[in-house]
Write a protein of this length. Structure first.
Lengths: 240, 44
C-alpha cells in the first residue's frame, strides 16, 4: 500500500486534498490548544505559571526527534531502494524538524531561566538537543551545497543516518548523566507522572504540531515535484 | 509556588507562534511559486 501511495503521480493526487486538510486540522487544534494551555490549564504547585511553556516545549521536542527518525527511514529507503519520493520526503521534512528543534531550545531556555536560574547549561540533554539542531542545519546546507541532485541526496542521506546516533542520546541523556533537566515524565513505563488536567492540552498541542508537520512536509514535497517536472520538461526541450 | 513567570510564558509563546507562522508562510509561498511556474510551463 505504501509503495502505491508513494508513486509521485498518486502522491500529487492525494496530497492536493490531504495537505490543506492537515493544515486546517492543525489550525483547529492550535485554536483549541493555545487558549487551553495559556488560560484554562492549572498552574503548577511548584513552577507556577511557567509550566505553561511545557505545552510548546514538549511537543516541539517530541516531534523534532520524531521528524528526524522519519528522515532517517526515508534516507534508508532512498539509499537502498532508490525510491523516487524518499529523498524528496526527507528533504521536505528537514526545515520543519529544524524549526521544531529551534522552538524546543528557545522555549527550554525561557523555561530554564526562571525555574533553574540559568538560560543555558552544557549538560547532556541540552547539548545533545543543540547537536540535533545543528545536524538539521547541516543536512539542509548539504542539500543546497551540492549541485548534482542525485549526489546531494546520497550525501545528505549518509549524513542523516550518521546523525541518527544522536536520537537515543537525546532521549536517554537524562538517565545516563546528571542533569538539571527533569527525567521523562510522560513517555515512561510507569505511565505519566504529571497531573491528568495537564495531559489534555499537552496532547492537543502535540497533535497540532504533528498535523502541521504532515501538512508542511506534503506541501514542500509538492513544490519539489513541480520543480523537478519543470526541469525535466526543460531538459526534454533542450534535447529535442 | 513560584510567583510571576508570565513574561517568560508570553516570550515563549510569541517566539514559537512567530517561528511557526514564518515557516508556514515560507512553505506556502514556495509551493505557490512552483505550482504557478508548472502551470505556466504546461501552457503552449
Amino acid at each position: 500500500m505504501l509503495t502505491a501511495l508513494a508513486n509521485p503521480a498518486r502522491f500529487m493526487s492525494y496530497s492536493a486534498w490531504a495537505a490543506p486538510l492537515c493544515l486546517f486540522a492543525a489550525l483547529g487544534l492550535f485554536a483549541i490548544g493555545l487558549p487551553w494551555a495559556l488560560f484554562l490549564s492549572p498552574a503548577d504547585y511548584q513552577q507556577g505559571e511557567t509550566v505553561r511553556i511545557m505545552y510548546l516545549h514538549v511537543p516541539a521536542a517530541w516531534w523534532s526527534l520524531g521528524i528526524y527518525v522519519f528522515m532517517g527511514a526515508a534516507s534508508v529507503i532512498g539509499l537502498v531502494w532508490r525510491h523516487a519520493l524518499a529523498d524528496v520526503a526527507a528533504r521536505a521534512a528537514a526545515p520543519i524538524g529544524a524549526t521544531y528543534a529551534g522552538i524546543c531550545l528557545a522555549t527550554g531556555s525561557l523555561w530554564g531561566a526562571p525555574t533553574w536560574g540559568t538560560w543555558w547549561e552544557w549538560d547532556g540533554r541540552l547539548t545533545s538537543m543543540l547537536v540535533l539542531f545543528i545536524v538539521y542545519l547541516g543536512y539542509i546546507a548539504l542539500w543546497n551545497a551540492v549541485e548534482e541532485e542525485e549526489k546531494a541526496a546520497r550525501l545528505a542521506a549518509i549524513l542523516c543516518l550518521a546523525g541518527l546516533i544522536n536520537i537515543p542520546i537525546v532521549h536517554f541523556s537524562v538517565d545516563w548523566w546528571s542533569t538539571l533537566h527533569q527525567p521523562a515524565s510522560i513517555l515512561r513505563a510507569e505511565g505519566p507522572s504529571i497531573h491528568p488536567s495537564m495531559l489534555g492540552p499537552l496532547f492537543i498541542m502535540a497533535g497540532a504540531f504533528f498535523l502541521l508537520f504532515a501538512a508542511l512536509t506534503m506541501m514542500n514535497m509538492r513544490a519539489a515535484i513541480y520543480r523537478r517536472r519543470i526541469e525535466a520538461a526543460r531538459l526534454r526541450g533542450a534535447n529535442a | 509556588m513560584m510567583e510571576g513567570g508570565w513574561p517568560y510564558v508570553w516570550g515563549a509563546y510569541a517566539f514559537a507562534c512567530a517561528a511557526l507562522a514564518v515557516l508556514t508562510l515560507a512553505v506556502t509561498l514556495r509551493l505557490a511559486h512552483w505550482s504557478k511556474r508548472a502551470r505556466g510551463e504546461r501552457r503552449p
